[in-house]
Design a protein around this ligand. Structure first.
Ligand code: DSN
Length: 414
């Protein structure tokens, strides 16, 4: 007996079509998003989604893994090649899992972790009290210098000397400047701490040679594959052979169950794409575009946290532009104007994280779409226009201009 094919789920696929339309016709400026290639989506939507493969290549708990083993081996080999690492674990479902697995591999509950504070640009998984990291470990944190809103390595060293954490984490979600891995390594060597670099946001900039690689300096480097790296929504870990067994054991069976083989296959595709010479140009262009957008936003009257950017993102402090305009209102206004970005706290923000005084803006997706300098100036102008006027007529005008711009740089025309 054969099973009759199910009728197409029109309801769900109409939603997918609407989302593709949204991505094609509005400007995507969320710093942690990108447009993956068709090949990445093909792998993610492949028959590999059907396979259970708990374990690692050659050591699985189920039969029939001799094919998907090749996919995971390929992903691991390409990941090692891309980052110049001795070992890669490509199974983490997300950056958060990659971080938690790293902590479980190298620490005992109650040990002290030192990371960047969430409200200064850090990440939830670096010790926020509402996250498992903050519940399982003792957390001490560092932030940015008050005057120039940049990391101060002397200040980080002073805190580390006083607090003697077992692990020091570098990496951020809302820090627009270069993070130098070398001083972190020196601090860790001085106090005998482990050094973990969370490269979630900048993995693509590192892979493309636009930012220094932490891999030779860090004990463990974690990252996501879907931000600047432009792969599927997932995470990965690279480290030296000395940490390989502990990391692998912590990911499985320590934290996760069956790996998502279709996503691992898509990671293999993304690593291959990032190994192509053209990815270097892409990574460099992300930064060129970010600098152009930052300069144009300043010309529109916005204050940028730290005065600009060295990477793929910038933070606007809205207060000098309009003291009453919150990040929350600005995000909603821009959504209505066809410009997608997110509200974000700025360092020492007087407002709550649900309201905020800032906006985070990133260039990975618009760069993938093919936009460059002139488009960055146009986008800054549209943001300025929408946030200055905010009435229905103005937002309709901006939305139309955004759609016209996107029609020349459509990510998924087919
Ligand atoms: N949600 C990610 C970001 O937007 O930066 C971090 O996990």
């Amino acid at each position: 007996m054969t099973v009759a094919p199910a009728p197409r789920d029109e309801q769900l696929f109409a939603i997918v079509d609407r989302e593709r339309e949204r991505q094609n016709t509005t400007i995507q400026l969320i710093a942690s998003e990108n447009f993956t290639s068709r090949a990445v989506m093909e792998a993610t939507g492949s028959v590999l989604t059907n396979k259970y493969s708990e374990g690692y290549p050659g050591k699985r708990y189920y039969g029939g893994n001799y094919v998907v083993d090749d996919a995971e081996e390929l992903a691991r080999a390409r990941c090692k090649d891309l980052f110049g690492a001795e070992h890669a674990n490509v199974q983490p479902h997300a950056g958060a899992n990659a971080n938690l697995a790293t902590f479980l591999a190298l620490l005992q509950p109650g040990d002290t972790i030192m990371g960047m504070r969430l409200d200064q640009g850090g990440h939830l998984t670096h010790g926020s009290p509402v996250n498992a990291s903050g519940k399982l470990f003792k957390i001490v944190s560092y932030g940015v210098r008050e005057d120039d809103e940049r990391l101060d390595y002397d200040q980080i060293r002073d805190i580390a000397r006083a607090e003697r954490p077992k692990m020091l984490i570098a990496g951020a979600t809302a820090y627009p400047r270069l993070i130098d891995p070398e001083p972190f390594r020196e601090i860790c060597d001085e106090i005998g701490a482990l050094f973990v670099f969370d490269a979630a946001h900048i993995a693509g900039l590192i892979a493309g040679g636009a930012h220094p690689s932490p891999v030779p300096f860090a004990d463990v480097t974690t990252f996501t594959t879907h931000k600047t790296l432009r792969g599927p929504r997932a995470g990965a870990i690279v480290c030296g052979q000395d940490r390989a067994a502990a990391i692998d054991k912590a990911v499985f069976p320590g934290l996760q169950g069956g790996p998502l083989m279709h996503v691992i296959a898509a990671k293999a595709v993304a690593f291959w794409e990032a190994l192509q010479p053209s990815f270097k140009d892409y990574a460099a262009q992300i930064v060129v575009n970010a600098k152009a957008l930052a300069a144009a936003l300043e010309a529109e009257g916005f204050r940028l946290v730290s005065g600009g950017t060295d990477n793929h993102l910038m933070l606007i402090d809205l207060r000098p532009f309009d003291a009453d305009l919150t990040g929350k209102v600005a995000q909603n206004v821009l959504d209505r104007a066809g410009i997608t970005l997110n509200m974000n706290t700025i360092p020492n923000d007087p407002r709550s994280p649900f309201v905020t005084s800032g906006l985070r803006i990133g260039t990975p997706a618009v760069t993938t779409a093919g936009m460059a300098g002139p488009e960055m100036v146009e986008i800054a102008g549209l943001i300025g226009q929408a946030l200055r006027r905010r009435d229905d007529a103005a937002l309709a005008e901006v939305r139309e201009a955004a759609a016209t711009l996107c029609s020349k740089f459509t990510p998924y025309p087919e």
